[in-house]
Design a protein around this ligand. Structure first.
Ligand code: TXA
Ligand code: MG
Length: 324
């Protein structure tokens, strides 16, 4: 299959929407990462996403909508869900809610669960694409399953060229880590995945502390459907490095440690927003260039665990997990 690179102009948008409507797979940029889109109501198209990514069928997908009203036609919204939608949509928050009686989302996309994950992404192009489609679009991150997520169009092509119909070039992603996922289908809200909306902001909006999934802690995060090894570069990743050797690449945060000739600084000033936006590009760069230079691994300087740092640490911990 030839993968087309579509430009961010009216013609590119119209082509992307037409391809999705016809059951094609089109990657597009959101404010978080690039997603691999398909018509959420089309079983064949949804199944093709799992094949293209090599994704286990038990791992459900997020449906993307142009508006909260459109999302809440598919799921049963609670008062808290409506409040969070008012506060954070469009934006990097995903809510897991019971499927509605007239839910048109493919049961393949929800992996047979009684719930569905929904979100309204931000970004002019993303919004325009979803509006042009007029149907929900499922979109997992546009990378082969288990690999580092893509934050620009070239990252998507590096992993999926020849396996999908097109990539709509929306430029680099502003946030850089995936959406925060909150499960609102149980008695108490549960944080399933830290992401672009901080836990602090979410708890403030909810007016309560959020439950974290049972068994989760900073060393061993868990989220349903997420394998612990994820975001995995080829080179081994060593966390919380206090020193670095010349045969290692360095993912720095703040003033870089001395000792490595190959450095990607997430943020020289220690800014967590900048660090999130530069995370996946940095992992990709150090992996590729480190491999070319025959280095043995990637050392990562400590990143604080508050605010966006929680999502950054979560991704780094998974990147460092032993591969299955
Ligand atoms: O920022 C994002 O969320 C990006 C962009 C493209 O929107 N998407 C994304 O999708 O990160 P993906 O497939 O890489 O991650 C989706 C996560 C998975 O961990 C999946 O298990 C969880 O959402 N999920 C989806 N539906 C669920 C459900 N009904 N219950 C629990 N978890 C669910
Ligand atoms: Mg993903």
């Amino acid at each position: 299959m030839h993968t087309r690179l579509l430009h961010n102009d009216p013609q590119g948008l119209a082509t992307a929407a037409a391809m999705l409507r016809a059951g094609g797979l089109v990657a597009f940029g959101t404010e978080t990462v690039y997603g691999l889109g398909a018509d959420a109501g089309n079983d064949t198209a949804v199944a093709a996403i799992y094949t293209a990514k090599g994704r286990p069928g038990i791992n459900p997908l997020i449906s993307h909508f142009a508006s909260a009203d459109a999302a809440f036609e598919q799921v049963e919204a609670t008062p808290l869900a409506r409040r969070l939608a008012d506060r954070f949509w469009p934006g990097p928050l995903t809510m897991v809610l019971p499927r509605g009686t007239h839910c048109g989302i493919s049961t393949i996309a929800t992996a047979g669960l009684p719930t569905a994950a929904v979100r309204v992404p931000a970004g002019q192009t993303t919004q325009a694409l979803l509006a042009a489609c007029g149907f929900p679009v499922v979109a997992p991150s546009a990378n082969p399953s288990g690999r580092v997520s893509p934050s620009d169009a070239q990252h998507v092509l590096a992993g999926l060229d020849g396996r999908i119909d097109a990539v709509l070039d929306c430029g680099p992603c502003r946030v850089g880590v995936e959406s925060t996922i909150i499960d609102l289908s149980r008695d108490v809200p549960v944080l399933l995945r830290p992401g672009g909306i901080t836990l602090e902001a979410l708890e403030a909006a909810c007016g309560m502390k959020l439950a974290l999934p049972a068994g989760s802690n900073d060393a061993r995060p868990t989220a349903p459907g997420q394998l612990s090894s994820h975001y995995a570069p080829g080179l081994p990743v060593r966390l919380d490095a206090r020193s670095v050797t010349p045969d290692e690449a360095l993912l720095a945060f703040g003033p870089p440690l001395p000792g490595s000739a190959l450095v990607w600084n997430l943020s020289a000033t220690g800014d967590l927003h900048e660090a999130a936006a530069r995370l996946f590009a940095g992992l990709r760069f150090l992996d590729m260039e480190g491999h070319r230079r025959g280095l043995v691994g990637i050392a990562v300087q400590p990143v604080p665990g508050h605010g966006l740092g929680r999502a950054i640490r979560d991704r780094l911990i998974r990147a460092a997990c032993p591969r299955p």
